[in-house]
Design a protein around this ligand. Sequence first.
Ligand SMILES: [Zn+2]
Length: 159
Amino acid sequence: MPSPSSKSSWLCRYSSPTSMCSQVVFCRISWSPSASGQAARPETRGYNTKSNKQRVVKTPGGRAVFQVVKKKAKGPICGDCGKALIGLPRLRPIEYARLKKREKRVNRAYGGSRCAGCVRSRIVRAFLIEEQKCVKQVIAEKISQQKMATEGGKKPKKK
Ligand SMILES: [Zn+2]
């Protein structure tokens, strides 16, 4: 338990990146020292379940309050290979609804849904399929031309 005298230590702890204000919500339950001098632990905010995690943090005013810790966000992943998509924030699902469109995706086809490597392979695959179609068409034309030539040229050749 942090003692009230160690002011510098809890100040550092308060300003550490793990306790960023976006990740936690301050709770009004305070942790006041009891008559015996030892700080009494405040009442908990319900059960310590997965969605109701909390921790005790000292405020700059010297009070100890509960911080409600949000669940850890998994972040967006590629729908094809399952790798994490870069350039997008890692938020809880409901928080993506509050973002702007440009914050939800990167400026590319399949921007917020597939990774760059998978998009590249998709483009290459589509290109190759189209090329194959062209090649097939050309070959079919050549075969038909050959047939025409052989049918038309049989009589003059045999003469
Ligand atoms: Zn991928």
